[in-house]
Design a protein around this ligand. Structure first.
Ligand SMILES: [Zn+2]
Length: 138
């Protein structure tokens, strides 16, 4: 990751402690690790699905033009790969949030350094930005 200059100051750590209780942080961590596990399983499942799609397409290759399932499989494959890409991104976001938790910067906006509201973290515990900064990106 980045150098020492990016580490949070002691003042920020104190600020963080004031804005999330250790109980709230523990509950958010549970949420994140549960989601991490679910997302990992989903990625595994999608990977297996896509393999079997590809395998059944290969089997049908000898009679391509008469295969009524051809377009459906292609559609499902593209859907699965879109969901897979999203899930991999989601997993990376969760991983980054857990890293920030270990580092002591969790719950602080990566852009402005301000606290991310508890309500927002409860809905999106992996959120790296406060609502204002996230809104400015749109
Ligand atoms: Zn912000």
């Amino acid at each position: 990751m980045t150098g020492i200059a990016e580490r949070p100051s002691t003042a920020r750590r104190t600020f963080l402690a004031a804005h999330l209780t250790s109980r709230q942080r523990a509950s958010l961590r549970n949420h994140l690790t549960g989601d991490l596990e679910k997302t990992r399983l989903l990625i595994e499942q999608l990977g297996a699905d896509m393999e079997s799609f590809t395998a059944s397409r290969r089997d049908a290759a000898t009679d391509d033009e008469h295969d009524p399932e051809g377009p459906t499989l292609a559609f499902e494959l593209s859907q699965s790969s879109a969901i897979l890409a999203q899930s991999i991104q989601h997993l990376a976001d969760i991983d980054a949030a857990l890293y920030r938790m270990d580092e002591g910067t969790y719950g602080l906006c990566k852009t402005c350094g301000g606290p991310i509201a508890l309500g927002r973290l409860q809905v999106r515990p992996q959120a790296p930005l406060c609502i204002n900064c996230a809104g400015r990106l749109r």
